[in-house]
Design a protein around this ligand. Structure first.
Ligand code: HPA
Length: 270
């Protein structure tokens, strides 16, 4: 379906000489997680066909290959967002390339606003499910019956249980909830946030959902973690801004790194 991916994967394999089983996408302010990669080979997205050209401060735009906790990984620092182009398929080729490289598992991270007053800035939230409030799909325009992707248990239940168990052992408070995707780049209105709460959301953000959809089409096992950077619109007196997102994301990146490192260390090959 994504024919160019095989050729790009072969090029990456020649350069890196490793076969990553797990891919990690880093959200805003989470660049520090990339520092956990041992013996990294860093490729600029510009040199990798089909990879996005991010335009957001805090999104580096590199593919890093190496090991975390002894496990071969591909780390994507920076992602394409729907709001940058009005297209939701900006990560399709990159994710298809990772699958071709041998990745069976995808771990997505993002910065998000909390819909729950009891889960404030700096906390981590494991995503259990999502609501697609942007109303678009990364699969628009694809042909064939595979495009009718089943999204039940899109967020791998076994991985969720393992991550929650590890967080408990590390004494790291981990909320769990439903992520609501808004298109951005503007923040939401208080009325939209109220609606998202009533509909059963726990966090809001501008990414991740299209990646989950295409990853499930590709058959990857998916996990996703939000770093809460703010209470959502109307829930606090602090004005919303990208600066605020970056400040809190950077502060909580250490917790995210600990959790992901411990999870990768314990992950059995599959
Ligand atoms: N809304 C949408 N996206 C976000 C937010 C928010 O409040 N915080 C971080 N990313």
């Amino acid at each position: 379906m994504f024919e160019e991916a095989a050729e790009t994967a072969a090029m990456i394999r020649r350069r890196a000489g490793i076969a990553p089983k797990v891919a990690l996408v880093l959200g805003s302010g989470l660049g520090a997680v990339a520092e956990a990669v041992e013996e990294p080979l860093k490729l600029s997205y510009q040199d990798v066909p089909g990879f996005p050209r991010p335009s957001v401060a805090g999104h580096g735009g590199s593919l890093i290959l190496g090991h975390i906790a002894g496990r071969p990984v591909a780390v994507l620092q920076g992602r394409a967002h729907y709001y940058e182009s009005g297209r939701a398929d900006g990560m399709n080729l990159a994710l298809a390339t990772l699958k071709e490289l041998g990745c069976a598992r995808l771990i997505l991270t993002n910065a998000a606003g909390s819909l729950r007053a009891d889960v404030g800035p700096g906390r981590l939230m494991l995503i259990r499910d999502h609501i697609n409030f942007a109303g678009v799909s990364p699969l628009f325009g694809l042909a064939g019956n595979e495009r009718f992707v089943d999204l039940v248990d899109a967020y791998d239940p076994a991985a969720r249980a393992a991550i929650a168990e590890i967080a408990g052992r590390l004494d790291l408070p981990l909320a769990e909830g439903v992520y609501v995707w808004f298109c951005g780049p503007h923040f939401e209105t208080p009325a939209e946030i109220h609606a998202a709460q009533v509909l059963g959301g726990d966090a809001v953000g501008m990414s991740t959902v299209p990646e989950v959809i295409v990853a499930r089409l590709l058959g990857l096992k998916v996990s996703a973690l939000s770093m809460i950077t703010n209470l959502a619109a109307g829930m606090s007196a602090e004005p919303l801004s990208h600066d605020q997102t970056m400040r809190h994301a950077t502060a909580a990146a250490a917790d995210m790194t600990r959790l992901l490192t411990a999870y990768l260390e314990e992950l059995a090959d599959d």
